[in-house]
Design a protein around this ligand. Structure first.
Ligand SMILES: O=C(O)CCC(=O)C(=O)O
Ligand SMILES: [Fe+2]
Length: 353
């Protein structure tokens, strides 16, 4: 019988200001191992305050307790860009790169991907100074204080992202010049904060895939820092055993870190972009009036750390040699993202499921 893998935990507290070189090296080695073998890892010592995180989840609960009409006062526009504001259940469709490139998807302008809808709602937030993707806020009186909290929280998460970028640079053995370049490419203004809510749903519907929570996909960012509540259901694909998924059970104080397509490119395949999905949580919560088992609702907060849109992403020389020639052509993040996400939103939006 195959042994069920568990997700390694790496503590990055050595990357705070007074961290010792020896402890940094040790954490970087552990980070290297997981990102190289699996493309994902759990991170402790990330530096995001527990109380602040609790507040962020409270705001998310308040947001999703609003009426549909109130949430629709900040509607996600048709099409994938800007990726901002509120997406009602069924609006956004997540898919893998292979599904997006399939003949069916191309011929139907993405409609074939929508046969199984994603039963989740989300709210996307970016930097207030990103002019290409401007934020879409609820009117202040609908959720007073939300905008101000999220604007600060966005930059608090960027601080933790920098600690991870520092650890990644050491893990990959980048030169000081390359590390400087990596930081230059990541001003933070193209990061994205996402508040996700998966409403309760009959277990059978998920099991029979009449609807999905979030199908398997890779993120196209550099990496994603993910905070989740205690519901469960997030899983990562084992790259050594394709098709087999490992649960990322919520771990107190840890964030789940997954490598995205950009870091796979920067590192010339040394770090793997991790395929992941959200599916049935381990336990059914209750039964509904039809006596069907119903899964718990789930809240998660991913923070996508991405290069600035117009900058070029190419492999670092430190990751290229005779044995490992350059595998990826340089690409701008904006072009890459546009091609990967072209069917995520219909050009003309449809009604809620
Ligand atoms: O909700 C989660 O745990 C995963 C979210 C995710 O993978 C995404 O938004 O790309
Ligand atoms: Fe994802």
């Amino acid at each position: 019988m195959a042994v069920q893998k568990s997700i390694p935990i790496v503590d990055l507290s050595a990357f705070c200001t007074e961290g010792k070189t020896e402890s940094r090296l040790e954490s970087a080695r552990a980070l290297y191992q997981s990102c190289h073998d699996l493309g994902f890892v759990q991170i402790l010592g990330h530096g995001v305050d527990t109380e602040l995180l609790r507040e962020a989840f409270d705001w998310s609960e308040k947001l999703y307790s609003l009426s549909h009409d109130d949430k629709m006062k900040a509607p996600h526009p048709d099409g994938p860009v800007p990726h901002r504001g509120y997406s009602h259940p069924g609006l956004e469709k997540v898919y893998s790169e292979a599904e997006g490139n399939s003949k069916d998807a191309i011929e139907t302008d993405g409609d074939s991907l929508r046969q199984v809808k994603d039963f989740k709602e989300s709210y996307e937030i970016g930097s207030e100074e990103n002019s290409a993707q401007q934020n879409i806020w609820l009117p202040e009186e609908v959720l007073p204080g939300f905008r101000s909290f999220m604007t600060d929280f966005f930059w608090e998460l960027d601080r933790a992202a920098r600690r991870i970028l520092e650890a990644v640079s050491l893990a990959l053995g980048l030169t000081e010049v390359e590390k400087g370049h990596l930081f230059d490419l990541h001003s933070g203004h193209n990061n994205q904060l996402r508040l996700l809510h998966y409403p309760p749903i009959p277990t059978e519907k998920l099991r029979r895939q009449v609807v999905a929570r979030m199908p398997a996909h890779c993120d196209w960012s550099t990496f994603t820092m993910l905070f989740q509540d205690d519901c469960g259901g997030l899983e990562f694909e084992d790259p050594n055993n394709p098709g087999s998924f490992v649960p990322a059970a919520p771990t107190t104080g840890a964030l789940a870190l997954n490598i995205g397509d950009m870091l796979q490119r920067f590192s010339n395949d040394v770090f793997l972009s991790a395929s992941h999905r959200v599916t049935l949580p381990p336990q059914a919560a209750s039964t509904n009036h039809m006596h069907e088992a119903v899964t718990r609702q789930r809240f998660s907060i991913p923070y996508f750390v991405a290069p600035d849109a117009d900058k070029t992403v190419s492999c670092f020389s430190s990751c290229v040699n005779d044995e490992h020639p350059m595998k990826f052509e340089p690409v701008s993040f904006a072009e890459y993202g546009a091609s990967i996400s072209r069917y995520q939103y219909k050009r003309k939006a449809t009604a809620a499921v």
